[in-house]
Design a protein around this ligand. Structure first.
Ligand code: HEM
Length: 577
């Protein structure tokens, strides 16, 4: 009988082996029957050199080839002479040896030509280059077409960024991110904060890496990661959205830019979650919220530019660096006095028997091991993270709804069935399968982050190339989610893909759609953000039909996160008229 031997010699190989079983239930069943007889189980005893039955592997791997799935196993076939490597299944002319399956070196990763002093950045220059930083989605799509599923760029001479597009590689990146996942972003924010030790202890959560990041993250995430803690914010969120419907939409049914309205909403929701008190910026817009929103957006939109020109602003303050400095200092001028008031309030009331923490800050001021300066950094990061993410996502959501009247009707039917006297309750959210599917489909086509970046914590094989530890890798989820190999009619907005029982129901790799990222560094406010977006949709769709009045097509620009390229102009029509 011919036999096949899995060569799983290190952790990454064991991971790829597990991935194979994960994707091919047949293989898993056979593996289970195999391991039953040997008394082992999947994932725990993926022994290097383990012998597998021949019928299992041939059938399984051939099926993989037919279905276009990628195996990338380091597998040696003792007889049958097949070698599986780098996303392809190829016949080897001679008996496959381990060396023939050895990953290719890092410098063989394809990518644009690198020039002295400027590396590959010329590709983003006007006229000579074909990529635009303002349209990274198109640039990344072009990279995939030009170079394939792995692309290497020299972003600063001697510093490389590797893009991966295949979900199996995205999974490998997450598996190699380590206990304290590190990314290279918000460098100017970090520099600015470290130069103000009177206000901050560290660069804060967004830019910090390593143990210091974990100290902050583990302290601040508790009140945001448990679902029951987040449900605690639901009644206030419901009341805020009710005000949006009654006061704002009722006043004018033609909204010239929904994104601005949604930014106010994002600020109101974030502020209220933090302080446990309304800011009141929806119905009565005064100057402070507008300036705060503007300061957060300008800071966010200057991040990419400063991350890419680190060497310059470290010597001379560039315009983008100055923008960050000015706007962060404005945010501090609002936040710090509010934090001081809150701290005093907590001190005065926490001894009272009927005092209950309402906002995040009520918890933060009681966490041992963090002080006022740590909380200042966290509060500013929540403001930076909480407004544009909500407003851009809900703008794309509204765009897709306006383009799909049938989807609007299905959302209306579901929300009317589930709302309890117009109010969203925890069980409403749990049952809102269709509205949830609409949000997921929006995230497939319009995630606000094109993907995530990581500095690898360990050397890893990606698309058949050995990528060294510490290399900056970018997962290209957004482009991957628009590929026909993963989704039928990939550019169509079809929430039914996510509705069990629908003929369009699709099961895909869990590493494709990751709008909030994944693992220990996933968005700290993920549950809160989802809760708010679902509540908004349920309440809005139960009352209004949306009509698009903006530019023919809403496109994306990428100052940092993906933003609508033009005003989100809509009209709201009552369903009952
Ligand atoms: C649609 C809504 C949102 C999306 C899609 C989103 C997405 C993301 C993503 C992709 C990351 C990077 C994670 C990584 O590198 O692995 C992130 C981080 C973060 N997000 Fe969100 N986010 C959203 C809403 C919010 C809100 C409402 C807040 C605050 C109230 C927030 C605060 C943060 C913070 C502070 C981080 C940094 C976490 C860390 O580095 O440990 N986000 N978010």
């Amino acid at each position: 009988m011919s036999q096949f031997q899995l060569i799983a010699v290190d952790k990454s190989n064991i991971d790829t082996e597990n991935r194979l079983f994960h994707r091919h239930p047949e293989a898993l069943r056979s593996q289970q029957s195999l391991t039953h007889s040997t008394g082992s189980s999947r994932g725990t005893t993926s022994n290097p050199g383990q012998i597998l039955p021949s019928d299992l592997k041939i059938a399984d791997l051939m099926a993989s080839r037919k279905s276009g799935l990628h195996c990338r196993q380091l597998i040696q076939v003792r007889s049958g002479r097949r070698c599986f490597q780098s996303g392809k299944i190829s016949k080897c002319a001679v008996a496959a040896t381990r060396s023939s399956c050895t990953p290719k070196p890092f410098d063989r990763i394809p990518g644009p030509k690198s020039l002295p002093f400027i590396g590959t950045t010329w590709k983003y220059f006007p006229i000579v280059g074909s990529y635009k930083t303002s349209d990274l989605v198109a640039a990344n799509l072009l990279k995939l077409k030009e170079y394939g599923p792995i692309v290497r760029e020299e972003i600063v001479p001697g510093t490389y960024a590797v893009s991966v597009f295949d979900p199996a590689d995205i999974e490998s990146v997450y598996k190699a991110e380590g206990r304290t996942p590190a990314r290279r972003s918000h460098l100017a924010v970090q520099h600015y904060r470290l130069s103000r030790p009177q206000l901050y202890n560290t660069g804060g959560l967004l830019p910090t890496n390593g143990e210091e990041w974990w100290r902050l993250r583990s302290a601040f995430q508790k009140s945001l990661s448990r679902i029951q803690n987040v449900r605690h914010f639901l009644p206030t969120a419901d009341a805020i959205m009710q005000e949006l419907m009654d006061e704002v939409f009722q006043r004018g049914r033609d909204v010239d830019d929904f994104q601005t309205v949604a930014a106010r909403l994002g600020l109101e929701l974030t502020w209220t979650a933090m302080f446990g008190k309304r800011l009141g910026c929806l119905a009565d817009p005064d100057e402070l919220p507008a300036r705060l929103m503007n300061a957060a957006e300008t800071t966010n939109c200057s991040i990419l530019e400063t991350d890419n020109t680190e060497r310059i602003w470290r010597k001379w303050k560039t315009a983008a660096y100055k923008r960050i400095e000015d706007n962060l200092s404005y945010i501090e001028s609002v936040i710090v006095p509010a934090l001081l008031r809150k701290q005093q309030e907590v001190e005065e009331s926490k001894t009272s028997p009927d005092w209950e923490p309402i906002g995040l800050l009520d918890h933060y001021f009681q966490i041992p091991g963090v002080d006022f300066k740590d909380i200042t950094g966290m509060a500013v990061d929540l403001i930076l993270g909480g407004i544009d993410t909500t407003s851009y996502t809900s703008s794309f959501l509204v765009w897709h709804l306006t383009q799909n009247p049938r989807v609007q009707e299905l959302c209306r039917d579901e929300s009317r069935r589930l709302l309890d006297g117009g109010v969203v309750r925890p069980e409403t959210l749990a049952d809102a399968a269709y509205v949830r599917a609409v949000l997921k489909e929006t995230f497939r086509l319009n995630p606000i982050a094109i993907g995530i970046s990581r500095n690898l914590a360990e050397s890893t094989v990606l698309a058949g190339h050995l990528v060294p530890k510490d290399t900056l890798v970018i997962t290209q989820n957004m482009v991957a989610c628009r590929q026909a190999q993963h989704f039928k009619n990939p550019t169509s907005f079809l929430p039914e893909r996510w509705v069990k029982g629908s003929e369009h129901y699709t099961q895909v790799s869990p590493y494709l759609i990751l709008p909030f990222s994944h693992g220990p560094r996933t968005c700290i406010a993920r549950r809160l953000a989802e809760q708010n977006l679902l509540t908004l949709m349920l309440k809005m769709m139960s009352r209004y039909r949306l009509e698009w009045r903006g530019k023919k097509e809403l496109k994306i620009v990428t100052p940092l996160i993906c933003k609508p390229d033009s005003p989100v102009k809509i009209s709201l029509h009552s369903w009952d008229c």
